[in-house]
Design a protein around this ligand. Sequence first.
Ligand SMILES: [Zn+2]
Length: 144
Amino acid sequence: MPLDRTRDVKKVPFVELYEGRLQGVVSSGSDIERVYVAYFEANSLNFCCSTNNNRPCGGLRGAPCKHLRELLNEAVIQFGIEDVTHFLRLHDQTIHSTNDILKHSGQQVNVYGSEIFSRFLSDLQLLELPQTSLPISPMMWFTE
Ligand SMILES: [Zn+2]
């Protein structure tokens, strides 16, 4: 199934395949101030979702919540289904969609990924750098 949708960065501002986890930041559907940090572990596909303030996601009841599903969807759009299944170490040849991946979901774990949110923030800072016209502090020495 070819996906020609583009990434929805409003819904899922940050997604990455990093150190054995498919992880990222997902906006709350209802509260603009709130975001969720969520991840799936490679191999086990154990999963977790919590707010950026380390509160448990109310949608997690032993199965991946809508944030985890959105995260997975966006990962597949960004990296492609083959890279995502390869990264998660799924060797099932019949995986063609995020729903197929979700059939392999593991257990809910309660190890919150607060460092994911920090990675998101530093990623944002890097993105914002080229847009500023103010001197970047390490460069100040040259301008004075
Ligand atoms: Zn959630």
